[in-house]
Design a protein around this ligand. Structure first.
Ligand code: F0G
Length: 448
């Protein structure tokens, strides 16, 4: 099958709309510097008539592309030949109905679901995106790659680069990365450059470095990465017996996931594969709440692609004037200049979305609850449950609605935050260790 005409890249700026073939590695529009989408000529692609037809692939799991939770849905991200497709078994993640966490958030039993993306090979949702982006990197014969990261991207990039035989450099903010993630980047053999700055500084530097040295960029500016992340939504729908939930809740950092999820639902609706698009809630941390501020206070909207750039420029000028650097215990989402902002505005428009910010205290208590009653997650992921709790109090989300929260990263990514929360009794659910003498009788007395 010749698939070269199946897909193309297109600038999201309606005044530009420039199109490029998929054989180029472009991370912004060469004409106007706006973000690029991967787009499809759907009439040329044999997409199954019903979503449940994808379920047949479970029977063919000896085929690595059918085993992959990304490539099982390959007709919906059909931009490259099978020969380039990369998989290390990503996307074997589960959707768990969780009544105890539902109770914590005042949601009726049977209505709350947790999508555990921490079960991916590198321990975060990023692997969904990397399977797709590294396939594109192979398709364009990239030899070296790079990314900026708050941690998980670097771990995932390092793992896939190692698998694909690409040289790899990751940029991280010094002291801004959780130890689990840093240990992975080093262990998988990436060159790790610690910049004296925050994620936003790293993001700026890596784009210039990639342009200057011709490195393949793996941040979510890369349109093919977001194609892989669409599959998280397909798997949630699959977990619900091929039905959509009423709400998707996702943490907001660089806003790649929210952008990808909006695109996934828009396309499924366009293809007639779903009848209704779920609503989306995007949750920031209060110490890194650019999106919340821009949407709820500055009234920034997608406006059919005619985004008011002045609002964004003024906002960022204000951050610079204050010498602002974001701070939250959820280091994964410690970002104040999210690169996918405009695509996220589009997703909010598609999904009738809402945006909220939650405090570190709320994040940590939610995280402890998910740990005690589920498989656990890292702090950024718990922002979803903290956000849901507040949206229930506000009455924005109903107790009887069906809700899926995306738990983006594994609990062992950031053991320091967890240990401090429990040992230093920082929150409502702290469970500190009990000191005991090395004496049998004394130990027996201490067992509860
Ligand atoms: N949750 C986790 C665990 C993350 O690592 C990230 C982003 C997010 C949520 C936010 O997702 O950027 O799609 O809005 N981590 C990036 C990184 C920035 O470098 O690892 P987003």
């Amino acid at each position: 099958m010749d698939i070269s005409n199946n897909a193309f890249q297109k600038c999201i700026n309606p005044d530009c709309g420039a199109e490029f073939d998929c054989g180029q590695a472009l991370f912004k529009c060469p004409e106007c510097e706006e973000l690029l989408d991967a787009r499809y000529n759907w009439e040329k692609i044999e997409v199954p008539g019903k979503l449940d037809e994808f379920a047949k692939r479970w029977a063919e799991r000896a085929n690595p592309l059918d085993f992959s939770g990304v490539w099982r849905f390959r007709e919906l991200l059909n931009f490259c030949h099978d020969q380039y497709k990369v998989t290390i078994g990503e996307g074997q993640t589960i959707l768990q109905q969780n009544d105890a966490v539902a109770e914590f958030t005042d949601v009726k039993s049977g209505r709350l679901y947790l999508q555990y993306e921490g079960l991916n090979p590198s321990g975060s949702f990023k692997d969904n995106g990397m399977a797709a982006a590294f396939s594109h990197a192979k398709m364009v014969a990239a030899g070296s790659c790079a990314c900026a990261s708050t941690g998980n991207t670097s771990a995932s990039v390092a793992l896939y680069a190692h698998h694909c035989g690409l040289k790899c450099t990751v940029f991280i903010g010094s002291g801004r990365i959780a130890f689990g993630k840093l240990s992975q980047a080093m262990d998988y053999g990436a060159q790790t450059i610690q910049i004296l700055g925050d994620f936003d500084d790293c993001m700026r530097q890596v784009q210039d470095v990639c342009t200057k040295l011709g490195l393949y960029l793996l941040n979510s500016l890369n349109p093919f990465r977001l194609e892989g992340q669409k599959t998280i939504m397909y798997r949630i729908i699959e977990g619900l017996g091929w039905e959509v939930p009423d709400w998707i809740i996702v943490p907001g950092g660089n806003l790649g996931n929210s952008s990808a999820f909006g695109k996934a639902f828009y396309e499924l609706k366009q293809l007639g594969l779903i009848k209704q698009i779920p609503r989306m809630a995007i949750i920031n941390a209060t110490g890194a709440d650019t999106l919340t501020d821009l949407i709820n206070n500055k009234k920034l909207t997608w406006n059919n692609g005619n985004v008011d750039q002045k609002i964004i420029d003024n906002y960022y000028a204000g951050l610079t004037a204050r010498n602002f650097s974001p701070h939250t215990c959820a280091s994964a989402i410690e970002i104040s200049r999210p690169v996918n902002l405009k695509k996220c505005l589009r997703a909010i428009d598609i999904c009738n979305g809402v945006v909220r910010a939650v405090t570190d205290e709320e994040i940590l208590d939610a995280k402890a609850t998910i740990g005690r009653h589920g498989l656990g997650c890292e702090p950024a992921s718990a922002a979803t449950i903290a956000g849901l709790r507040n949206l229930r109090i506000e009455g924005v989300i109903g107790a009887d609605e069906r809700i899926a929260c995306v738990l983006t990263g594994h609990p062992l990514k950031d053991p320091n935050v967890t240990v401090n929360y429990h040992k230093e009794k920082q929150g409502k659910f702290s469970n500190p260790p009990t000191e005991a003498p090395n004496d049998f009788d004394e130990i027996i007395k201490l067992i509860k």
